[in-house]
Design a protein around this ligand. Structure first.
Ligand code: NAD
Length: 459
């Protein structure tokens, strides 16, 4: 049914389960004018790299100045502890600065022929970015910083679960950029689908789940726009038999539970040597029992709520099913008896390897710990997934750990850490975790097209 112009949709505080604000429910038919405006803005934005860099640095300053307001709004709609929201804003500003300094340059093609040919890099045009609710600001910046630095303009659509901080971010940045360079659009489906398939869009860059990524790629095929997809993950942490359980337990716990487990690159499965399995389970359960769960705005909170009701239902479904299949909740395994979308931090043992909480992405505060007998078995289990985002190996002998990490089928493998990312590194999942490369210079070139000029040498 068509929605009325000027319609709005409610935004819910996950710490209470109550609506606290609303956002414009923009209609797909508004996109033509907005894409047209982005196209007009592109004509001048693409021309001067030095001026763009200056504007992006000014935008970074503006984002930092607005950090307190942005962080509070982000926590209110997303649920994460305030310090994590503030870190997200800081990272967004850092990303703007990083890409402002990247110059794609020109590269000569030297192959011995008597010609002078050279690659110059050209922008693409208006880019559509679609992002999820787990890191709304950070993921938005991962889209607009490289795209704008490359000379493109952008329409960016946040998740309807978290539209507000992105809208505020857009207005803060807009003051530093020419009109039409960055436009935030908010609304419910089919807004994203129509944006991804809009004929005026030249690159669709999407972060979200695998099924939606497929739909986005199909939509973009209509106009043959370039597609970059950053999709889900089911990262494994493989613990070796020389691991110091006491020493790594805190870090391992937080690589799984930060942002309430709602991280594409969270540790979502732990493989422990059978001999150490109960020690690992016990150490992780101790953390899960003592972590302070609460509203993100409360100063003592370490772990917030799950972001939204459908996601909470999914976490509950996967866990209940695992328990019915024989898994044991060493701690947790249930919702918390309080308003809002809270789920008890959960450590699962005795989980059948074919249980969905192992084979799929639970995306919540639930962690299965599985025993293994041989390294080959552990590596095979870690790789036995359609995903390929990240992975990690934990042990005392770093060379041995690195040799095992080298066998993981994923985009980034860590040793004694997980999900620690540099702005300068390529970010690219393999298998169903993604298409294309974001991050670092690769992220910039992902928003550019090579333009080759070929002329004979002077006689
Ligand atoms: P989702 O796929 O449901 O939604 C992502 C975005 O797509 C939202 O803005 C949503 O409104 C929009 N959308 C929904 N249907 C659409 C359609 N038909 N066409 C176009 N857009 C549409 O994902 P989610 O539940 O919001 O986020 C969680 C997922 O994101 C997890 O799978 C997680 O692993 C993944 N993720 C990946 C990365 C990464 O960098 N690889 C980072 C963060 C999250």
């Amino acid at each position: 049914m068509p929605r009325a112009p000027g319609a709005r949709f409610a935004v819910i505080d996950p710490a209470t389960g109550e609506a606290f604000d609303d956002a414009p429910d923009q209609q797909p038919d508004e996109l033509d004018a907005l894409v047209g405006r982005a196209h007009d803005a592109w004509r001048s934005w693409r021309t001067d790299r030095v001026a763009r860099a200056r504007a992006l640095r000014a935008a970074a300053d503006a984002v930092e100045e607005a950090r307190t307001d942005l962080a509070a709004l982000l926590t209110r709609e997303q649920g994460k502890p305030l310090a994590e929201s503030a870190a997200e804003i800081t990272r967004a500003a850092a990303r703007l600065r990083y890409f402002a300094e990247l110059d794609p340059g020109t590269q000569p093609i030297a192959d011995g022929r008597p010609v002078r040919s050279e690659i110059r890099w050209r922008s693409l045009g208006p880019v559509a970015a679609i992002v999820p609710w787990n890191f709304p600001v950070q993921l938005a910046s991962a889209k607009f910083a490289p795209a704008l630095a490359a000379g493109n303009t952008m329409l960016l659509k946040p998740s309807p679960f978290t539209p507000l901080a992105t809208r505020l971010l857009g207005s803060v940045i807009a003051a530093a950029l020419p009109e039409g360079v960055l436009t935030i659009v908010t609304g419910r489906e089919p807004l994203g689908a129509r944006l991804a398939s809009h004929p005026g869009i030249r690159h669709v860059t999407f972060t979200g789940s695998v099924p939606t990524g497929r739909a986005v790629a199909e939509g973009a095929a209509a106009s043959l726009a370039r597609v970059t997809l950053e999709l889900g993950g089911n990262d494994a942490a493989v613990l070796l038999d020389d691991v110091d359980v006491e020493q790594i337990a805190d870090r391992l716990f937080w690589t799984a539970f930060r942002n309430c487990g709602q991280v594409c690159m969270a540790v979502k499965r732990v493989y422990a040597p059978a001999r150490l399995h109960s020690d690992v389970v016990e150490a992780l359960a101790q953390h899960a029992k003592t972590v302070v769960v609460g509203a993100g705005l409360d100063p003592g909170t370490q772990l917030g709520p799950v972001n939204n009701a459908p996601q909470l239902a999914k976490v509950e479904r996967y866990t209940t099913r695992a328990l019915a299949e024989g898994a044991r909740a060493v701690t947790g395994g249930h919702r918390l008896d309080r308003p809002g979308y809270f789920y008890a931090p959960t450590i699962l043992a005795d989980v059948p390897p074919e249980s969905r909480v192992v084979t799929e992405e639970q995306f919540g505060p639930v962690l299965p710990v599985l025993p293994y007998e041989s390294i080959d078995e552990a590596v095979d289990a870690a790789n036995d997934t359609g995903f390929g985002l990240g992975g990690s190996v934990w042990g005392t002998d770093l060379d041995r750990a690195e040799a095992v990490a080298d066998r993981l089928e994923c985009g980034t493998a860590w040793i004694n850490h997980h999900a620690e990312l540099s702005l300068a590194q390529p970010f690219a999942g393999t298998k169903e975790s993604g298409v294309g490369v974001a991050g670092g210079p690769w992220g910039l070139y992902g928003n550019l097209r090579p333009f080759v000029v070929h002329r004979p040498e002077e006689a």
